[in-house]
Ligand binder design. Structure first.
Ligand SMILES: *Cc1c(COP(=O)(O)O)cnc(C)c1O
Length: 362
């Protein structure tokens, strides 16, 4: 059945070896692998949890973490919740998550209460916003941060495991030695003010790994959290491929359901498409148009790259994707399979869609 996501576990393992090498052996950081990009696929998780260099498995969704907490804990590793907990999921967080990222005292108080009920000590990482302007206490408000730390340290069932930052997600800010140094300086201030030692100073996601190779990761950063670098081999700061990784561990396959020669310009008055957008069409005369059985409900069209480089994606709607196959050297027919490499958005959506089958290469 198609569409199908081919997950090559050997290639993923190769990517993991490569990023572990850079992050741990070269960078001296602990390694947190982020599973949300592939919707916490169980076979991928199994491979990651068994990898000797992986210290933590992280996801943004409690449901995903609940699905694999047992597997991860059996390997003596921790589960990590990357997205700030909702007040409505506190019990599940304390149950399935060993370390959660937080920036709101009201939420941390609820975690403390619930951890007491469950007879546990719950670890938290306090998020600091260095300017990307998504989650975290704003780094310039040092007194606010120090007061928050003071209250957290008094909570009986909460352990302040460390602090961390997220960059290049909303504000697209690139991690550098200078902005990350604000985090390490803050860590030192917290440690001094409260005579404590923070276990973790987490310096970001796949956009921070390039700093290790440049020798510019600040001394005090001792953890990175890698999703895209592992799954697709991408350094997301500048879009380069990381050495030793491959971008084709995940391949999407879809089947041609119509193949006909038609004009390239629609005929009649142009309104808006199925998503309320006014489309633009280029007149290429009569072209060979293939329709494949996958659409915007299952994938992101501009996050797919055909392996046949002479094919071009023209567009699509919820359930259809239309391609120009005029220039291809292959004489495609209805029923043929087209293959695509994926970007982050394409990977995320195909892995999440219940309409996309999964197949593994082991
Ligand atoms: C998604 C996420 C990551 C992983 O990001 P990648 O770019 O895939 O490495 C790390 N940290 C947080 C807080 C996240 O939300």
């Amino acid at each position: 059945m198609y569409p199908k996501l081919i997950i090559d576990l050997k290639k993923l393992k190769g990517n993991l070896d490569a990023v572990a090498n850079i992050t741990k052996d070269q960078g001296g950081c602990s390694l947190m692998i982020v599973t949300k990009g592939l919707c916490a696929d169980p076979q991928m998780v199994q491979m990651v949890a068994a990898h000797e260099k992986v210290d933590f498995l992280a996801d943004s969704r409690v449901k995903n973490l609940a699905s694999y907490a047992e597997v991860v804990r059996k390997q003596g590793k921790m589960t990590v919740l990357l997205r700030l907990p909702m007040h409505s999921e506190i019990a599940e967080v304390v149950k399935h998550v060993d370390l959660s990222f937080n920036s709101e005292l009201s939420t941390i108080r609820l975690l403390n209460e619930e951890a007491g009920k469950q007879g546990k000590k719950h670890k938290i990482l306090l998020m600091i916003d260095l300017g990307d302007l998504r989650e975290g206490l704003f780094y310039q408000n040092e007194d606010v941060i120090l007061r928050a730390v003071e209250e957290i340290l008094q909570m009986a069932n909460i352990e302040l495991y460390g602090i961390g930052v997220n960059l290049t997600c909303y504000g697209a800010i690139i991690p550098k030695n200078d902005n990350l140094s604000n985090l390490t300086a803050l860590a030192e201030k917290i440690e001094k003010a409260h005579s404590i030692k923070l276990n973790m100073v987490s310096g970001g996601n796949s956009s921070s790994i390039y700093l290790i190779e440049k020798g510019e990761l600040p001394e005090g950063i001792n953890n990175l959290r890698l999703g895209e670098a592992f799954l697709l081999g991408n350094d997301t700061a500048y879009g380069a491929k990381l050495p030793g990784t491959t971008g084709d561990a995940l391949i999407l396959e879809a089947q041609i359901i119509e193949l006909q020669e038609k004009p390239s310009l629609p005929i009649g008055e142009v309104g808006v498409d199925a998503f309320g957008q006014k489309p633009y069409y280029e007149d290429r005369g009569i072209i060979k148009r293939a329709i494949i059985g996958i659409g915007k409900q299952d994938t992101e069209l501009d996050s797919m790259t055909p392996l046949d480089e002479k094919i071009e994606i023209l567009g699509g709607s919820s359930d259809h994707t239309i391609l120009d196959v005029t220039k291809s050297d292959t004489a495609y027919q209805v029923g043929d399979i087209l293959r695509f490499e994926l970007g982050y958005g394409g990977m995320l959506k195909t892995a999440t869609s219940p309409y996309v089958e999964k197949e593994y290469v082991k």
